[in-house]
Design a protein around this ligand. Structure first.
Ligand code: MG
Length: 173
């Protein structure tokens, strides 16, 4: 069950204490897109997202987007936020994200993956051995596949709560 437990859990990407990540040696951030950066109905990043990414870059973070969505969905975010990206990432499978990590030249202890899905983002990151940051989903609206995973996630979260390993809404660093 530990494979589902994130190292850090915050409400959203704006609540994450990036200075704490820096103090832990993190230099590279791999963001999920859907329901992490924006709701699925949004086709472009918001000004708030742009501001955050600008700030994170100025703090020296290298940023990537790793999305399970298709290229036409992800590419506008790459263009607007000026960060490299992978689409069809197939998280929780690790192949595509591992390729990205190899290309990045950062060590596993220097990388954090940030996303709203325990099953996709956290399991992917924990399997690879990088720092995992879970955030709450921005919107209840989901793509069909994500909706199925969310259903499974709720069952997992109940088990985790029973074992006192994770409780939704109880945020931690
Ligand atoms: Mg997501």
């Amino acid at each position: 069950m530990e494979i589902y437990v994130p190292d850090i859990y915050q409400k959203d990407i704006y609540e994450i204490k990036y200075d704490v990540l820096t103090s832990r040696g993190i230099k590279c951030l791999i963001f999920d897109l859907d329901n992490t950066l924006v709701p699925i109905k949004d086709t472009l990043p918001t000004d708030k997202t742009k501001e955050l990414f600008k700030e994170l870059k100025s703090k020296g973070f290298k940023i990537y987007i790793a999305s399970n969505s298709i290229k036409p969905r992800v590419k506008p975010f790459h263009e607007e936020l000026n960060v490299e990206y992978i689409f069809n990432a197939k998280k929780p499978k690790t192949n595509r994200v591992n390729e990205l990590i190899e290309k990045s030249k950062f060590g596993l202890d220097e990388i954090a993956i940030i996303g709203d899905s325990m099953i996709d983002d956290v399991v992917c990151g924990n399997t690879i051995g990088i720092t995992t940051v879970l955030v709450d989903q921005i919107s209840k609206l989901e793509f069909p596949l994500a909706r199925i995973r969310r259903f499974k996630e709720k069952r997992i979260q109940k088990k985790l709560r029973d074992k006192d390993l994770f409780t939704k809404g109880r945020y931690y660093e």
